[in-house]
Write a new protein. Structure first.
Length: 304
């Protein structure tokens, strides 16, 4: 603690002036000058876990190799194309979907007493959840709820006709996802192994959807609302990553960047003399335009 009652880091100086001069590491903490870190590792971001569009297409094709084709496609499109969390996809019901407007409206509360919701309710209670005797009615009053308040949102799906067809076929057969949330994660992991993608889970598929939206030109604010984030910094990471990907694609197509074009162009550089600079900056006379006409236009053309 410092004298003003503010909490300090372990290696923070008591003198504010000395503390300002010290360098911060990649996480914003003051580094210890006596024991600096040996290996600085760049912070990992979730946007780097996204798969390519070709890999997503391969995963969609792998859904047809398994017996439960409809269930596989539902798990992939909800996470990989709509950017929904696995808990949202597993609890989605037909009443959430408006097929006329082609949107999905995620509510603030939907009564549920599954094992996933019981575990979340115990986690919210903390230590009390270990000893509290609860009933399924108590869980249904509190669960299911989205992960964050910003997750109460509207997700359009009219940009891809295949999504609407799969949702209609799925909810004709089921009222909601017939298995657990863990089973959905295991199913996606199995599909990833079939196409050579190890440790594939719903979260990398959700990152793939966010990357696709950013590449299509969606701005950071709309991306934040569609994905259900509280902070716009998360959306900016995907927008910046999309800009880097576009630059790399241009480099692949054209073979060089804009500043590299000067290497293959022959050009000459001319410099003005001091007299020429004075002529350019001087005040023009009223009869200067007529003098220039006689200078550049021949006399025969001026007579005619």
């Amino acid at each position: 603690m410092i004298g003003n009652g503010r909490k300090t880091n372990f290696y923070e100086c008591k003198n504010p002036k000395e503390n300002e001069n010290r360098e911060t590491n990649q996480y914003g903490d003051r580094e210890n000058p006596l024991h600096p870190p040996k290996n600085k590792v760049a912070r990992h971001h979730w946007a780097d876990d996204s798969i390519t569009p070709d890999q997503l297409h391969q995963v969609m094709r792998a859904c047809e190799r398994n017996g439960e084709v409809l269930e596989n496609k539902y798990a992939v499109i909800t996470t990989g194309k709509l950017g929904m969390r696995e808990g949202e996809a597993a609890h989605m019901q037909k009443k959430w979907i408006d097929f006329k407007e082609e949107v999905i409206r995620i509510p603030a509360h939907d009564p549920c007493d599954c094992n996933y919701c019981c575990g979340r309710w115990k986690q919210k209670l903390g230590r009390k959840g270990r000893t509290t005797i609860f009933s399924m009615e108590m869980v249904s009053k509190e669960q299911w709820t989205p992960k964050r308040p910003a997750s109460i949102r509207t997700i359009p799906f009219g940009f891809d006709p295949e999504i609407g067809d799969i949702l209609q076929d799925f909810f004709k057969k089921y009222q909601k996802w017939p298995y657990s949330v863990r089973a959905m994660c295991g199913r996606i992991r199995m599909l990833g192994k079939m196409v050579g993608i190890l440790n594939l889970s719903p979260h990398p598929l959700r990152c793939t959807a966010a990357t696709k939206f950013a590449l299509d030109g969606m701005n950071a604010y709309v991306l934040m609302r569609v994905m259900g984030w509280d902070d716009i910094k998360m959306a900016m990471c995907y927008v910046n990553k999309a800009a880097i990907d576009i630059k790399q694609e241009f480099k692949k197509i054209y073979g060089m960047e804009k500043h590299d074009l000067k290497k293959d162009i022959n050009y000459r550089v001319f410099y003005l003399t001091p007299t020429a600079r004075k002529l350019l900056t001087r005040k023009r006379r009223p009869d200067e335009e007529e003098w220039l006409k006689h200078l550049f236009i021949p006399e025969e053309d001026s007579r005619t």
